[in-house]
Unconditional design. Structure first.
Ligand code: NIG
Ligand code: FE
Length: 397
């Protein structure tokens, strides 16, 4: 992960939506001469990165949860806040009440902010509906926005984010509803590519998560897990067993869990902003995961309860300061490894011939500054599929 190639004075040739060539600038005239079509030249002042990939967000929600934040400051913990009517179920009541159009408007401006901070591929989960129609509504919001926004959105069905209140005393029935009614409906309408479960003591058990994700695989979904976030329960081991594309959070992962991920292609997605926002003093064991041989990615976890940050560069800073990663490792973690966490590593997350031309300019002299100016808006331009991104204003020339 620390092995990134940094080219000084480089050039990139884009042909349509893809990168055709990258190399030393002095070789560019030769490459240009071989190219059939006329080439438009754009000078970059700063550092060009592969477009950042936010592989874990809960981007479709209504109101922010300000009371949760204040209660937490006063010493009430995440689970107690949920028990008192806050938490995920507060966002569920809110999302159920809102129209699809209203959610599109709210989500569009929030995703535009993520894009302005350099995210060019964004995974977006449902999970604030917890009933068929409300889950489909969230996924339709994502579908509408993937047609409106100039980025790639990867929709994930998270119907098993929490047991809704109406199923409190009959949770097996809710699991059945997710497996037998929601998953087939989402598959029929092709509304999601991945399926995720919040596997955590007090939310969904390992056995329930296995049941849901096994059903999801049979419908052709890639599977992901919120695993071992607050307490270790074997979520990482389950992710490896199921061939999940990722196991996410992992702040309480066990030694056997680390071993299981290291021995599997499942990516460990770490979310340091979440632990920070929750006021936790601990973080996921990033260094131990990497040393064991696991692939680590970083993401925002953008959501109204535990991580309202829109900035992958901020998450990269936290990767260095809170997780003990090197600059090169955090770059790998939000590019090629984040692509792998979405099954997209074949042609995203690198500036290389054949890859989708998603690129981000960081206004800096040294590439490491992307993870240094903590909280600053360091991204000065964004291209997706070869075109300058309008959300950043006029294209540079
Ligand atoms: O990733 N852990 C579960 N889900 C979210 C929190 C969602 C919420 O609190 O609304 C997370 O942190
Ligand atoms: Fe999450």
């Amino acid at each position: 992960m620390a092995d990134v190639e940094v080219l000084a004075d480089a050039a990139v040739l884009i042909d349509g939506a893809r990168i055709a060539w990258v190399g030393p600038r002095r070789e560019a005239p030769k490459v240009e001469a071989q190219h059939a079509a006329p080439v438009r030249v754009v000078e970059i002042d700063g550092v060009l990165f592969p477009g950042f990939i936010d592989c874990h967000t809960h981007g479709v929600f209504g109101a922010p949860r300000l009371d949760d934040q204040e209660r937490r400051a006063l010493g009430v913990d995440y689970k107690a806040i949920a028990a008192a009517g806050g938490g995920i179920l507060q966002s569920v009541r809110d999302v159920r009440r809102r129209s699809e159009a209203e959610l599109v408007t709210l989500t569009r401006s929030r995703l535009e902010t993520l894009i302005a901070h350099g995210a060019t591929t964004i995974e977006v989960k449902s999970g604030y509906g917890l009933e068929l129609e409300a889950e489909l509504k969230q996924l339709r919001v994502i579908r509408q926005l993937s047609e409106q926004l100039p980025v790639t959105l990867i929709p994930t069905f998270l119907g098993a984010h929490e047991v809704p209140p109406e199923y409190r005393n009959k949770r097996a029935e809710y699991v059945r509803l997710v497996c037998e009614e929601m998953l087939p409906a989402v598959a029929r309408e092709k509304l999601a590519q991945c399926c995720d479960v919040f596997c955590e003591p007090g939310v969904f058990t390992v056995a329930e998560s296995r049941q849901i994700l096994t059903a999801a695989r049979s419908h052709g979904f890639a599977v992901k897990l919120h695993a071992d976030e607050l307490e270790g329960s074997g979520g990482a081991e389950l992710a490896a067993e199921l061939g999940a594309v990722s196991a996410d959070h992992l702040a309480a992962i066990s030694e056997p869990g680390i071993g299981a991920l290291a021995a599997s292609p499942t990516v460990a997605v770490l979310l340091p902003a979440t632990m920070l926002f929750l006021g936790k003093r601990s973080q996921a064991p990033a260094r131990r995961l990497i040393d064991a041989g696991a692939a680590v990615a970083l993401a925002t976890d953008f959501n109204p309860g535990t991580s309202p940050t829109v900035s992958l560069p901020l998450v990269m800073s936290l990767g260095v300061s809170q997780l003990g990663l090197r600059h090169a490792e955090v770059v790998t973690a939000v590019t090629i490894n984040a692509a792998a966490a979405l099954g997209l590593a074949a042609d995203r997350g690198q500036i290389a011939a054949g890859c989708v031309a998603d690129l981000v300019v960081v206004a800096a002299d040294d590439w490491r500054e992307v993870a240094y100016w903590m909280g600053k808006e360091v991204v000065s331009a964004v291209w997706t599929a070869g075109s300058a991104c309008p959300t950043k204003g006029a294209p540079i020339s």
